[in-house]
Design a binder for this molecule. Structure first.
Ligand SMILES: C[S@@+](CC[C@H](N)C(=O)[O-])C[C@H]1O[C@@H](n2cnc3c(N)ncnc32)[C@H](O)[C@@H]1O
Length: 209
């Protein structure tokens, strides 16, 4: 079973993300993908918000998305993308893809939502070529005791409202512990102000050891 059904989230997410794009999310997606080239795997691609940002040096994007309504929207975005994008169903925990077959793997706002992020990282490592890059843009566990407490409370309901998304995951630490060497990483608040448990973010590049 590779489909996940989240009809309300699938309807709302593109609208919420459009607002976030205007507030700086688009620039972050461009930063995430700048300098990528060759064959790229994107897991949990959603409605395809990243597709417009792939540079021309990318020869192919394989985009895996398990939610059928989001996948249908992603197919529309793929048709308008500047590089060839193939959208397919699947869970990031069990990729039906060959070992060492990608130059780049992309995880954007997805390791918060998958059931088993450590297993997903192992799968991404498996399908990357040695020296291949993991590009990541994720919201993460906060760095102050107050934020961490707030996130712990939020995580009692957040996953129910946001299709399994958790706000308190230390995804940056899991990446560094999963057979990748972090080459560049930046932590920041997005949005920069306001009461949002998902505001601590990280964007970075890690290389498959
Ligand atoms: C917050 S959305 C982010 C979508 C997209 N990556 C983006 O940057 O806009 C999280 C996505 O992860 C997908 N997802 C959830 N569990 C997954 C899994 N086990 N494997 C792959 N994708 C998953 C959801 O269907 C959804 O599209």
């Amino acid at each position: 079973m590779t489909d996940l059904s989240h009809p309300i989230f699938a309807r709302l997410y593109p609208r919420l993300d459009a607002a976030s794009a205007r507030a700086g999310g688009d620039a972050l997606r461009a930063e995430l993908l700048a300098g990528t080239s060759g064959r790229v795997l994107e897991v949990g691609a959603g409605y395809g918000a990243n597709f417009a940002h792939y540079p021309p040096e990318v020869t192919e994007v394989v985009a895996v998305e398990p939610e059928p309504r989001l996948r249908a929207k992603a197919e529309g975005m793929a048709a308008r993308a500047p590089v060839p994008v193939t959208v397919r169903p699947g869970l990031a925990e069990e990729l039906d893809l060959d070992d060492g077959s990608f130059d780049v793997a992309v995880a954007s706002l997805v390791l918060c939502s998958v059931r088993d992020p450590v297993r997903v990282l192992a799968e991404l490592r498996r399908v990357l070529k040695p020296g291949g890059e993991l590009r990541y843009y994720e919201h993460i566990k906060g760095s102050t005791p107050g934020k961490v407490r707030f996130q712990r409370w939020a995580d009692a309901v957040w996953p129910l409202l946001a299709a399994g998304c958790h706000v308190s995951r230390p995804t940056d630490r899991w990446i560094a512990a999963s057979g990748f060497t972090v080459r560049a990483e930046r932590r920041f608040e997005f949005p920069a102000s306001g009461l949002n448990p998902a505001s601590p973010h990280v964007i970075g590049v890690a290389v498959r050891d």
